[in-house]
Ligand binder design. Structure first.
Ligand SMILES: Cc1cc2nc3c(=O)[nH]c(=O)nc-3n(C[C@H](O)[C@H](O)[C@H](O)COP(=O)(O)OP(=O)(O)OC[C@H]3O[C@@H](n4cnc5c(N)ncnc54)[C@H](O)[C@@H]3O)c2cc1C
Length: 466
């Protein structure tokens, strides 16, 4: 009888020369450049919370949640089965778990809760670390963090209610009035179809509606990310011109505000996070800041989200570099580990040096956000624009280089690199695209010459050093 050959003879391949899975690392402890920069700029006290987050974000569980939240993107539930408006987004449970984790670590509020210098450094370092597990949820974390300085311009009762739910708040996805919630998240709605950079072209109207400056909004917004947030800082044309308003998702009486989700964007990356096109059909809103001073008010939010475009970029760069180094340390070609091949060592060294410089830059700028004095805030104003322009432009090429270090494997969706590659261009686009930032730099130099002097003084201090 001629039977099948024994299994051992059938074996066509043994899996060799492949790296072990990446994960199970403390993303803070294993990142000497970030650790040094964060401790130097923020103070020794930021070390413990960063280790806590680093261990959790680098653990295989959170990395798996990040993959799942991107593999199962959010879906719009515009109507219920009977045709009633719902205007809700349905998320995979992984997204909720990631949001809860991010808020438990205080990425959204630690800068305002710290009560000591270094809070913004800790926030930025946390955002960079969490981004390595999942970038999408950092959008609502960043907007919520950044909403606080703008919300300070609201009437005292509104300010205290909302900031009181943000600072110290936990993730609470239930749709109910903010006063009844354990924590709140805030988004921002500026961009309209006819203009995103040029927000003065906004056409959304704000019609007076009773006391306290309340208004009813009629209009649309072309991009509104994290549309399940509890409130949105939005720009609309009021009687005094373009003004800033806070639009709660649920009204104080528990009913839904007239914020209608038209559709969700089908995005290149950042897919775990929903970005909606919305319409206001008489949505109730309260003023934030002086009437007609909408841009001046919301720019305080934008100034802080810009810092996060830098921190997010840092996280993307680090995640890509770590995967490249991990692969090269385990994979062999031509009788050597890749990392020991001179050409690969040179590639990785270039990438590592660029990442280390980025870590120094981002942590230094975050410290400037912590300091109240004039020279530091001047440095923050101009430095964040310069840093955003530079780092976000470098990021896609940087990630592509890291991707190539994995060879063909880097191009395969099961790896982290394709997701990072799609995420890489985004931080350049929002909160001011390249040209807009370049024009903003010129405006800052003209209006605030001290900002230019502060940047030059900072560079001069490093002259001749390594
Ligand atoms: C995933 C995602 C999520 C987003 N989420 C939100 C959100 O939650 N809320 C929100 O309000 N917006 C959001 N946006 C919108 C984003 O902020 C805008 O897309 C961005 O500000 C650019 O505006 P725009 O798309 O209208 O482009 P435009 O303003 O039309 O600009 C197009 C290009 O022209 C350049 N440009 C503009 N003006 C000039 C000039 N004067 N000189 C030279 N060049 C110029 C810009 O730099 C850009 O490269 C999101 C965008 C994306 C991609």
């Amino acid at each position: 009888m001629t039977g099948a050959p024994p299994v051992a003879e059938l074996a066509t391949h043994a899996v060799t020369n492949q790296p072990p899975d990446y994960g199970g690392v403390d993303l803070f402890a294993t990142d000497a450049a970030l650790a040094e920069a964060a401790l130097r700029e923020g103070g020794a006290w930021v070390g413990a919370p960063l280790h806590d987050l680093g261990r959790e974000a680098g653990g295989i569980d959170l990395l798996a949640l990040g993959e799942a939240a991107n593999r199962h993107p959010p879906e719009l539930a515009a109507f219920d089965r009977y045709g009633q408006r719902l205007d809700e987004v349905r998320f995979h449970p992984a997204y909720d778990a990631l949001m809860a984790t991010a808020m438990r670590h205080g990425i959204h509020d630690v800068a305002w809760r710290a009560g000591r210098t270094g809070g913004h450094v800790l926030h930025a370092a946390m955002l960079a670390i969490f981004t390595q597990a999942e970038a999408g949820v950092m959008c609502p974390m960043s907007m919520t963090y950044a909403s606080v300085p703008a919300l300070r311009h609201a009437a005292p009762a509104v300010r205290d209610l909302w900031i009181g739910r943000i600072v110290g708040g936990v993730y609470d996805a239930l749709l109910r009035p903010v006063a009844d919630k354990q924590g709140a998240t805030v988004g921002m709605a500026m961009t309209e179809k006819q203009g995103g950079s040029d927000v003065r072209a906004n056409t959304t109207r704000a019609e007076p509606d009773g006391a306290d400056g309340a208004v009813r909004l009629v209009g649309h917004k072309w991009f509104c990310s994290a549309p399940m947030s509890d409130g949105f800082l939005t720009l609309a044309q009021g009687e005094a011109g373009l003004s800033c308003y806070l639009v709660p998702r649920i009204l104080p009486d528990g009913t839904r505000n007239a914020i209608h989700l038209q559709r969700l964007k089908d995005k290149l990356g950042n897919r775990s996070n929903a970005s909606a096109e919305i319409e206001y059909h008489g949505a109730w809103a309260l003023p934030v800041g002086a009437p007609g001073r909408g841009v001046a008010t919301i720019i305080e939010m934008v100034h802080h989200t810009r810092l996060d475009t830098l921190a997010g970029t840092l996280g993307i760069m680090r995640a890509a570099l770590a995967r490249a180094a991990h692969h090269a340390a385990h994979r062999r070609a031509f009788q050597r580990r890749l990392i020991d091949q001179p050409a690969m060592a040179a590639v990785l060294a270039d990438l590592a040096v660029e990442y280390e410089a980025a870590a120094v830059l981002v942590m230094r700028l975050a410290r400037a956000f912590d300091a109240a004095d004039g020279a530091e805030s001047a440095l923050a104003r101009l430095g964040v624009a310069l840093g955003k322009f530079w780092l976000t432009r470098r990021c896609p090429g940087f990630v592509a280089e890291c991707l190539e270090c994995l060879g063909g494997a880097g191009y395969i969706e099961e790896q982290a690199l394709p997701r990072l590659y799609r995420e890489a261009p985004l931080n350049a686009i929002w909160e001011g695209s390249g040209n807009v930032i370049a024009l903003d730099v010129l405006r800052a130099l003209a209006r605030q010459p001290a900002a230019g002097a502060a940047v030059l003084a900072e560079i001069a201090a490093a002259r001749g050093g390594h």
